[in-house]
Write a protein that binds this ligand. Structure first.
Ligand SMILES: Cc1cc2nc3c(=O)[nH]c(=O)nc-3n(C[C@H](O)[C@H](O)[C@H](O)COP(=O)(O)O)c2cc1C
Length: 370
C-alpha cells in the first residue's frame, strides 16, 4: 500500500487515520500509517499541548498530523455568550423535554459540559495552530473549507503539508487555488460532516479536477478491497475516520456506545443537522429522530445548534442514556463488528489490499490485454 505520497511522507502504508484520540493517532503512526489528531475538542491550549507532548513521545519518531476545523463561514468577534443569547427559548425547552422524556439526570453542580462551541471558531482554531506549529507535525488538515492564505504560508514555512477535506470537485478546486498540498475527497458515506456525493463518484472527479495534486479517498473505507478500489480510482491513499472508533486504543468513555457501534448495520446511520447545525453522518438514535421530526422545532444553524446541545450530549454520554446515545460514524459501521487493536486493523487492511490486487491481476491476466 505504497504510493508517491506515502514515499514523500516516509510512511509504509498510504493509510491516513483521523481520530480524536491521541492513543489511536500514535498507534496508527507506529504501525506505519499516518495518524492525524482531531483538534476541535481542544478549546484550552494547555490541553492540546499536553496531548501533543504525549503523541510526540509515542509515535516512535514516525510522522503524524493535526486536523483543525476552520469553517469557511467565520464566527468572529462574537463571544460564546452572544451566540448563547441567540438561541430561542422554544429550542431550549425542546432539549429539556427530550432529555426528561428519557429520564436523563442533570449534571452535578460545576460539572462542565465536555464539548464547547468555541472549537468551531476561527480564533480558537488559530490558537490550536499556534500550539501545533511548535511540534514537528508533518501535516495540517482543515475540515469545512479552504484554510486562509496566511495559515497555508505558515505551515509551508515549517515544511508542514496542508490538506483539506472536499465533498465536491468545486470545493476541491477552491482548495487547490488556496495553495494546499493534498485534497481529501470525502464522500457521502463518511462519518462526520459530509456532502451529497458518494466516494465512488467523488474520488475520480476530484482526482481529475485537481490533477496533479495528490488526493486521498475518504468515506466508507474499512477493508483492503476498498483501499484497492480507492487507489484504482486514482487516489494516492485513503483517509479513514470511523474504523478507529472501535479499536482497543479508542476511548469513547462509554461501553454502551461501543456496543451500539459493534451492533449497528450500514443502514443505521443518518445524515442529520442535530449535532452541529450542518449535515453530519452519525448513528441514528432517538436524539437524531427527535431533531429530524417535522413536528419538532427543527435544528438551528451552526454554531447555535452545537452550543444548544453541548450540555445535553454530555449528559447523554455521562449517564449512557442508550436510546439517545450516538456519535458521528459512517456507513462502514456495518463492518465494525469486533474490537481490534490498531495494528491488527492496519495489518488486515494490508492483507486485504494485497489479495484484491492479486485478484485483479488474475482477472486481467485471464481476459488478456485488450
Ligand atoms: C467521530 C468522528 C469525528 C470526526 N470529526 C472530524 C473533525 O473534527 N474534522 C475533520 O476534518 N473530520 C472529521 N471527521 C471525518 C473524518 O476526518 C473522515 O473524513 C471520515 O471519517 C472518513 O469517512 P469514514 O468515517 O467512512 O472513515 C470525523 C469522523 C468521525 C467518525
Amino acid at each position: 500500500m505504497q504510493t508517491e505520497l506515502s514515499g514523500q511522507l516516509g510512511i509504509e502504508r498510504a493509510v491516513f487515520g483521523f481520530t480524536p484520540f491521541p492513543a489511536v493517532a500514535a498507534a496508527i503512526s507506529r504501525a506505519g500509517g499516518f495518524g492525524v489528531l482531531g483538534a476541535v475538542r481542544y478549546t484550552a491550549p494547555d490541553d492540546l499541548r499536553r496531548d501533543l507532548d504525549w503523541l510526540d513521545a509515542h509515535t516512535g519518531g514516525r510522522p503524524y498530523g493535526l486536523d483543525v476545523v476552520m469553517p469557511a463561514k467565520k464566527v468572529e468577534g462574537v463571544s460564546e455568550a452572544d451566540v448563547e443569547a441567540m438561541i430561542p427559548e422554544g429550542h431550549r425547552r425542546f432539549v429539556r423535554d427530550t432529555l426528561a422524556a428519557h429520564g436523563v439526570p442533570e449534571l452535578a453542580d460545576g460539572e462542565a459540559s465536555g464539548w464547547r462551541i468555541t472549537g468551531w471558531m476561527e480564533q480558537v482554531a488559530r490558537t490550536q495552530l499556534d500550539v501545533a506549529l511548535d511540534y514537528p507535525i508533518r501535516l495540517l488538515a482543515n475540515a469545512l473549507g479552504s484554510p486562509p492564505a496566511d495559515v497555508v504560508a505558515r505551515a509551508h514555512d515549517r515544511d508542514v503539508l496542508v490538506a483539506a477535506l472536499a465533498g465536491s470537485a468545486r470545493h476541491a478546486r477552491k482548495h487547490q487555488e488556496a495553495g494546499i498540498d493534498i485534497v481529501v475527497a470525502q464522500g457521502y458515506e463518511a462519518g462526520g460532516h459530509t456532502g451529497e456525493i458518494a466516494t465512488m463518484v467523488l474520488t475520480p472527479e476530484i482526482v481529475d479536477a485537481v490533477d496533479p495534486l495528490p488526493v486521498l479517498a475518504a468515506g466508507g473505507i474499512g477493508s483492503g478491497r476498498q483501499v484497492a478500489a480507492a487507489l484504482t480510482l486514482g487516489a494516492q491513499g485513503v483517509w479513514l475516520g470511523s474504523l478507529w472508533l472501535t479499536t482497543t486504543e479508542a476511548d469513547l468513555h462509554s461501553s454502551a456506545l461501543t456496543r451500539k457501534l459493534l451492533a449497528a448495520g450500514s443502514g443505521d446511520t443518518v445524515r442529520s443537522r442535530a449535532l452541529t447545525g450542518k449535515p453530519a453522518r452519525q448513528l441514528r438514535t432517538a436524539w437524531t429522530d427527535a431533531w429530524d421530526d417535522p413536528a419538532g422545532p427543527g435544528t438551528l444553524p451552526m454554531p447555535l445548534q452545537g452550543l444548544l446541545v453541548a450540555e445535553a450530549l454530555s449528559r447523554i454520554q455521562k449517564y449512557e442514556a442508550e436510546p439517545l446515545l450516538g456519535t458521528p460514524v459512517g456507513q462502514i459501521v456495518g463492518r465494525m463488528t469486533a474490537e481490534r487493536g490498531v495494528q491488527e486493523v492496519l495489518d488486515d487492511l494490508t492483507r486485504g489490499f494485497e489479495e484484491a490486487v492479486d485478484r485483479i491481476n488474475r482477472i486481467a491476466g485471464r481476459s488478456g490485454p485488450s
